[in-house]
Design a protein around this ligand. Sequence first.
Ligand SMILES: Cc1ncc(COP(=O)(O)O)c(C=O)c1O
Length: 410
Amino acid sequence: MTDHVFPESGVASVDILAEIAAMRPGDVDWRSGKAFSLVYDVDDAEHEALLEKVAVEFIHENALNPFRYETLLRMETEVISMATALVGAGCGSMSSGGTESIFLAVMTAREWARARGIAEPKVVTTNTAHPAFAKACKYLDVELVSLPHGEDGRAVPQRYEEAIDERTALLVVSSPCYPFGVIDPVEEVAAIAHERDLLCHVDACLGGWILPWWERLGEPVPPWDFRVQGVTSMSADIHKYGYTFKGASVVLYRDRELLQHQIFMFDAWPGGLYASSTAAGTRSGAPIAGAWTAIRHLGADGYMRLTARVLDATRRFIAGINAIDGLHTVHEPQMSVIAFGSDVYDMDAICDVMDDRGWNLDRQNGGLHLMVSPGHDRIADAFIADLALAVETHGEARGGEHVYGGVVPS
Ligand SMILES: Cc1ncc(COP(=O)(O)O)c(C=O)c1O
């Protein structure tokens, strides 16, 4: 295709499929296990095939008006109730992903604050919080306060204490944060929120669907969910460790009074009452049906089985990295998200060699980043062998950029 050319006549399906096949070779081959973070490789052909079948069945259904599609209404209600049961929440909504869940929580906090006479509310985060908070604050015209993290990579409760003023509405912590995979001191920050009558959001986009099982496997997990007094909302992505395809997250609340601030109603037009609880209008039924299917198909025993694989691979990555002279994990990863770096080597140069060997690592400011999926237990040893080789053989860095997201050119 050339730029800005609209097709004069339709292209036959066989040709469309051939065109797509020709474009694909440059895409990340996540099934090989050599990719991290963009896809959560469940490495279970039956689970994948089931999700694909269900996605096709619901792809044209529209969840805009949930009362028109009783199956989707039931599925969405059940997804929310399974999520609330998992983390001890009171209620919530399904959204399209972590960013939308975070937007909704920030908007809810803003409306909650405005109802109390705070015209220009502030949200207090630590600088390890996901950029979705900065984005939400920008879109929603809310002031963002970003505190430096402590020496262990975690949020520092005392800094929240000092940052709070009469405009503060919401304190944010992560379970765990993306850059280091460490869990913020949720109990301490939530206690500050509770004491000051403020809201406290736990960003468990990463941890929400894996920490419950991590804990049951006997791993040390500090209190991080609604069992903690003072936690009022949470984001938890089903399209990450919930093992469904993209477009599924939940934003959860302790009580309905808070969720109420998220609801939008409008009838000042000829089209009748428009009511909605999330940002989108028209919504494909596929992510709802996919999330429902993934949770029910895996069940607690399936999640335990997959989490045990993630844990095994994570241990091998951490031990392998720390056994290579000159490399070390950054802070102490508490889940399956690992940052690693070096005081002696240029990690960009090491990553160049890994790129050449087909790996797709995430480069961060200060090191490299791994998000471990169940399928990574197949490649952990090969990864460590290649990493050791990259340390031995790397030259000058080619100047790779530390990029997390991207802007589509237009
Ligand atoms: C901790 C954390 N919060 C929020 C998000 C945003 O989620 P999404 O990319 O689904 O919008 C991510 C994504 O990786 C994340 O790691």
